[in-house]
Structure formats: structure tokens, C-alpha cells
Design a binder for this molecule. Structure first.
Ligand code: MG
Ligand code: MG
Length: 256
């Protein structure tokens, strides 16, 4: 069942969304060669606690993994797609790209967003990967309107990515969001005709999160049981926003 949110609930989701936006902005300003992914984690956790919020990821139980995630951030560098874990041993280097994904729960409601940020100067191909992934998210956001269908959102990402010669990851998907971090429906970054294709209605909120590989779509999970990487070692980018369906069109809750 897809839970629709009232105007008052959307206002609460807006507050958690803006907290996530503030955190990601702060972390983006810290990105430079030599910074470790644990440095980012420490700052993010302090901001979450100071705001009176709870981290959405730290302590999150994954049935697939059979364990709880240990950090407030997922930090996924270069060929890492998602679910990378912050570490004092992982210092960023010029030319890297880092996906930072975080979520919070504030007053019962979740916000969840991700950005991929270049570390200093990056290759033209890596830059194009970031640009296309960001563009695919914007095109998908524009589909979040009453009367559109889920496949319009999924297809917008897929078309943009494929027409630019990149590939979408299939093993990980976006999701509905609200009082749960992951609600129905699943929001794949491709049209999966085995799934239902519900009509979008006012009050639905989707976390849309294209995960795009520069090379082939295939992924595998490292021995740490969490970190997903591209099988071919190509770079992967990830952007995410939470978007509410309103009569006036898409309302991106995770940016001003
Ligand atoms: Mg996320
Ligand atoms: Mg998400």
C-alpha cells in the first residue's frame, strides 16, 4: 500500500528534508584531497544530534545483509555505487568522486538525499557521468505530478542515462518515504514491467535516486557485506531527492 501524506505531514517531511540538505551542503564544502570519509561522518552525526533528529541509517537493520549499518552516512567513492562505509583510512584524492547519502528522522518523519561530489579536478568522463546522473534525476522529478504514473518517473531516468551511453544499476532502487525510511512503491531507475505501475496521486512522496555506472550495469557487494561496487571497476554516480506529488507539481522536499 502506498501511504499518502496530509499537508501537515508534508510540512514535517519538509523539515527533515531541509535538515538533510543543510548537512549535505556542509559536507560538500569540506570536500578536498586529504579529508577522510570518517571526517565527514563525524560532522554529519553532530549536525543530526544538534538538530534533535535521529540518523536514519545508523542502526538500520538490513534483512539482506543480516546486520545493522554502523554509520549516519554512506560514503561511496569512485567505483563504489552505494552503501560505502566511512573510514579514517579512506582519504579522498584529487580526481575522486564521492557519493554522500544520508537520512534523518525528525518528529517521526524521514528525509533522505544523496549527492556525488568531485574531489578537485576530475576527468571529463567523470564530469559527464555526474552531469548526466544529475540531469536524469531532474527529468524524473519533473514527472512527479498527479495523473502521471510510476513508470514515467522510472523511464525518465532510464532514457536519459541510456541515451548518454551510461547504464543504470538494477539491484538497488528508490522508494516511497514517510514515517518509514523505505515505503512502497519501489522506484527503480528503469521500467520494470513485472512491477505495478500506479498512478501518482497527491500526497505521495518518492525518494528518487539514480545510481549510474559509466560502464556496465553489473554490481557486486564487497566482503564487508555492504559496499556495492561496479563489477567492471567503472565509476558510479548517485544523486537522490525526496519529491512530493502536489496539485502544483513536484515539490522537492530535500532542497530549498
Ligand atoms: Mg539515500
Ligand atoms: Mg533512499
Amino acid at each position: 500500500m502506498i501511504v499518502r501524506k496530509s499537508a501537515a505531514e508534508l510540512e514535517k517531511m519538509r523539515r527533515s528534508g531541509l535538515l538533510v540538505w543543510e548537512i549535505l551542503g556542509k559536507l560538500a564544502s569540506m570536500i578536498e584531497a586529504g579529508v577522510t570519509t570518517l571526517d565527514l561522518e563525524v560532522v554529519a552525526e553532530r549536525m543530526i544530534r544538534d538538530a534533535g533528529a535521529k540518523p536514519a541509517f545508523k542502526g538500520y537493520y538490513s534483512a539482506a545483509v543480516g546486520a545493522r549499518f554502523g554509520f549516519v552516512l554512506c560514503t561511496s567513492v569512485n567505483e563504489e555505487i552505494v552503501h560505502g562505509m566511512p573510514s579514517a583510512k579512506r582519504a579522498l584524492r584529487k580526481g575522486d568522486i564521492i557519493s554522500i547519502d544520508t537520512g534523518v528522522q525528525l518528529d517521526g518523519y524521514f528525509g533522505d538525499s544523496a549527492v556525488t561530489i568531485p574531489v578537485g579536478e576530475i576527468s571529463p568522463e567523470a564530469k559527464r557521468l555526474l552531469d548526466v546522473t544529475r540531469e536524469s534525476l531532474e527529468l524524473a522529478i519533473d514527472q512527479v505530478r498527479p495523473g502521471k504514473r510510476l513508470f514515467d518517473v522510472c523511464g525518465a531516468v532510464e532514457r536519459c542515462v541510456v541515451s548518454n551511453g551510461f547504464s543504470v544499476v538494477r539491484e538497488f532502487v528508490g522508494h516511497g518515504i514517510g514515517t518509514q525510511l523505505h515505503e512502497e512503491p519501489q522506484v527503480p531507475n528503469y521500467v520494470d514491467r513485472r512491477n505495478e505501475n500506479p498512478r501518482l496521486k497527491e500526497g505521495m512522496v518518492l525518494a528518487i535516486e539514480p545510481m549510474v555506472n559509466a560502464g556496465k550495469p553489473d554490481s557486486r557487494v564487497l566482503a564487508d557485506k555492504w559496499t556495492a561496487v561496479t563489477r567492471d571497476g567503472s565509476y558510479s554516480a548517485h544523486f537522490e531527492h525526496c519529491v512530493a506529488v502536489t496539485p502544483n507539481g513536484p515539490w522537492v522536499l530535500t532542497r530549498p
